[in-house]
Design a protein around this ligand. Structure first.
Ligand SMILES: C[S@@+](CC[C@H](N)C(=O)[O-])C[C@H]1O[C@@H](n2cnc3c(N)ncnc32)[C@H](O)[C@@H]1O
Length: 198
């Protein structure tokens, strides 16, 4: 699979990945990681966990991927076709403020995407999805209806979710992703959090 280190792209095979993961028994996957700030923050906060940030766009990842934390890795991949090297590894998946085809896959309950989420998860894996009103509006949904649609799709795909929780501007302001900060000071500073287990 393609990994990114600042400006360099490196291919990492299963053996190389196993070496990186050797001392960790919890792996967190941040899907649609953007600039990787959340993954970086998580890796620094939980040094005993390994964090993999995945995004289809490499340009934004240059800064955080160059920081070389031993427990963080950044992968360039499409959420709809995640590298098979990741299969069965993940104990926790986060999807923070998805937009574009990542959000559409959640809204459509796209089977290939949903199977991919399951494939990269280990038994009992947990999932947290944070959705914002502006991105849902761009796809023709209100925050409430879009959240309900995604909730139903994930439940149908086998995730056992708790009731959605509203994130207000104050919570977004303190949340360590670049996008959360933008939302907190934007026109619609609301988001919904879905979380549950496989
Ligand atoms: C609004 S940004 C949020 C970034 C980050 N999670 C944050 O909170 O700052 C949405 C991210 O989803 C990524 N994305 C959209 N569609 C994707 C896909 N199909 N596969 C992987 N990443 C995708 C975009 O490249 C972008 O970085």
């Amino acid at each position: 699979m393609e990994t990114i280190w600042g400006r360099r792209s490196l291919d990492l095979d299963l053996t190389g990945l196993a070496e990186r993961l050797a001392n960790y028994n919890r792996v967190m996957l941040d899907l649609g990681t953007g600039d990787g700030k959340f993954a970086f923050h998580y890796a620094r906060t939980f040094p005993s966990h390994f964090v993999i940030g995945v995004d289809s766009c490499r340009e934004n990842l240059r800064e955080y991927s160059s920081t070389k934390l031993p427990n963080a890795l950044f992968v360039i991949a499409n959420a709809q076709s995640l590298p098979c090297e990741l299969n069965g590894l993940t104990s926790h998946i986060t999807i923070n403020f998805p937009w574009g085809s990542l959000l559409k896959s959640l809204l459509d309950g796209e089977p290939k995407f949903m199977r991919g989420l399951e494939a990269v998860s280990c038994m009992g894996a947990s999932l947290t999805v944070r959705l914002n009103g502006g991105a849902l509006a761009e796809q023709g949904w209100t925050l409430e209806d879009g959240t309900e649609q995604i909730y139903n799709n994930l439940m149908q795909a086998g995730w056992r979710l708790k009731s959605p929780v509203l994130m207000q501007a104050e919570v977004l302001r303190g949340f360590p992703t670049t996008w959360a900060k933008r939302l907190a000071f934007g026109r619609d500073p609301r988001a919904m959090q879905l979380s549950g287990y496989l």
